[in-house]
Design a protein around this ligand. Structure first.
Ligand SMILES: [Zn+2]
Length: 198
């Protein structure tokens, strides 16, 4: 029906989250029809991202600059730090500018089942960052899953000797809720009503 090149493009797009074969075919048709206004800018954007993508050495965010745009943004409160499991969580919180401070991405969650230990996550880096000083409050914004909560309590224990206020998101997060899937209203509420970790 179509050339191997078009098939390959359709299949690559169909593997993206949120797209299926049908949406992928429509996207390919659109790109073919709009070569100048859709295809060319997409190629340029993909090339730029592939060329420049780096992990921020400070917070673990993925961006095209290191340190990332979040870490270098002077409008953010450097005394407030929000700890998340994944880059997707950082982006979810930052999409609506829900948090005015900076972030720290752990790179996952503790899991006995999957063999994820504290040293597999950026916990030591977090402790070092807080120990450096200048941070007054750490918000542990882990997912409301069993593993997320286990991770939260472990991280809180590691931060306890450093004398910073260690906060958690308010109850009201749906149990099993992953931050990336929550609407902005729920996230804003959970952040605003944050409380000390007990
Ligand atoms: Zn950063």
């Amino acid at each position: 029906m179509s050339s191997p090149a078009l098939d390959a493009l359709t299949q690559a797009l169909a593997r993206l989250p949120g797209l299926g074969p049908r949406s992928a075919r429509r996207a390919v048709l659109h790109l073919i029809k709009k070569r100048e206004t859709a295809l060319a800018p997409l190629i340029a954007a993909l090339q730029a991202v592939a060329r420049d993508l780096v992990t921020c050495g400070i917070c673990g965010n993925i961006d095209t600059a290191d340190p990332c745009a979040v870490c270098t943004d002077p409008r953010r409160d450097p005394a407030s730090l929000c700890v998340v499991e994944e880059v997707a969580d950082l982006w979810a919180l930052d999409r609506a500018r829900l948090f005015g401070g900076r972030y720290h991405v752990l790179g996952g969650r503790l899991s006995a089942l999957d063999g994820v230990r504290p040293e597999d996550l950026a916990i030591a880096q977090l402790v070092a960052r807080v120990a450096d000083g200048g941070i007054g409050e750490v918000v542990l914004a882990m997912n409301a899953t069993l593993e997320g909560q286990t991770t939260m309590h472990y991280v809180a224990e590691q931060l306890a000797p450093l004398g910073v206020r260690v906060m958690q998101l308010a109850h009201g997060l749906p149990v099993g809720g992953e931050l990336d899937y929550l609407d902005e209203g729920t996230l804003a509420l959970a952040l605003r009503a944050r409380r000390l970790v007990e």
